[in-house]
Design a binder for this molecule. Structure first.
Ligand code: HEC
Length: 157
């Protein structure tokens, strides 16, 4: 069967039902990306922050350092591509360029690069605990940085 024959047999894509489903998919994409990139710029409650601090000390501080100062850089000569330094989570690095949900995703699942060293914590921590951690991480940021949290940091500073 030739490519053209195949093409002719494809159902027309501009039927009403297809338009509806395309519309729904677009809506889903918008909601999804809104969820992943949502930024809050708000501080967590005192309870969340305190729970987050305890979790941070147990699970994160060994790599990201007290108050999110990060690990010191590795000298060029002995640096390895597959060993990435844990960057600061305070305002000197770019954790604050991410919205809350994005940070939660990184904590729970790591990301493509972090598979190298940053563990995925979803077998140890709940989503609520990841949000508590984000509330604590925000205590490392000034009000000005918090105001510009997330994708808007580009135009905000
Ligand atoms: C074994 C060391 C290690 C531990 C433990 C660890 N991390 Fe990480 N983390 C890393 C490394 C390394 C990176 C950078 C990975 C990369 O860029 O690929 C990273 C990246 C991150 C990022 C992304 C920051 C950015 O600017 O994009 C966040 C957020 C983060 N870690 C939070 C946490 C939290 C919260 C915990 C504790 C639950 C934690 N990490 C525990 C090593 C660690």
């Amino acid at each position: 069967m030739t490519y053209l024959q195949n093409f002719k047999e494809m159902p027309a894509i501009n039927t009403a039902s297809n338009c509806v489903s395309i519309g729904l998919s677009l809506l889903a994409i918008l909601m999804f990306s809104g969820g992943i990139f949502a930024e809050t710029g708000e501080r967590g409650s005192q309870d969340e922050t305190e729970r987050g601090r305890d979790l941070y000390q147990s699970y994160c501080q060994s790599c990201h350092g007290a108050e999110g100062v990060g690990e010191p850089p590795i000298p060029l000569g002995i640096r390895r591509l597959d060993y990435i330094v844990a960057m600061p989570l305070n305002e000197t690095s770019h954790a604050w360029h991410h919205g809350d949900n994005n940070l939660v995703q990184t904590i729970l699942h790591g990301n493509r690069r972090t598979k190298l060293r940053m563990p995925a914590f979803d077998s140890v921590l709940s989503e609520e605990q990841a949000r508590d951690l984000v509330a604590y991480i925000k205590t490392f940021w000034s009000d000005r940085i918090l105001e510009c949290q997330g994708p808007k940091h580009m135009s905000c500073m």
